[in-house]
Write a protein that binds this ligand. Sequence first.
Ligand SMILES: [Zn+2]
Ligand SMILES: [Zn+2]
Length: 172
Amino acid sequence: MIIDIDRLTEDGLKVSKEFEFFSSELVEENAVFLEPVHADITVRRVGEEIFIQGSITTRLSFVCSRCLSPFEFKVDSGFDLVYLPEELELVKDQLDEEDLSHLFFYSYKIDVKDVVLEQLNLTFPVRPLCAKDCQGICPMCGNIIKEGNCSCAAGDIDPRLEKFKDFIRDKR
Ligand SMILES: [Zn+2]
Ligand SMILES: [Zn+2]
């Protein structure tokens, strides 16, 4: 969905739309979309600056980087961006400190789909985790610890002492 900047006004343009992307377009290549990305966006032009405000929501299936289990990742994220014409990219160094985060548009066009994809990728964690405290896979038995199939770490007992635990229990 390409916006012609010359036709934009200060009142702006409202876009409420679903976008479909391929997993290969994501920074998280193991992610699978569970639903399309819904975006509500307002694009306004003030002078030479283009303001893009909006929010995106979607659900994806991620793979936990510790236990390798799939889990649902919800995106509900807002953004507030300023785009400047490409000519200003040449003088980027001279722009105000505040302007350093500015993005640039080229040929007086902005592809909203690209903006949505970029913002979506920014919401992804560097290392996806199914839970903050995911304990991953047990290095001793190879089972996923949270599924309860691993008893190695229970009570922090050194596995070499495990047989003595049974010995003591039997004695009681
Ligand atoms: Zn996990
Ligand atoms: Zn274990």
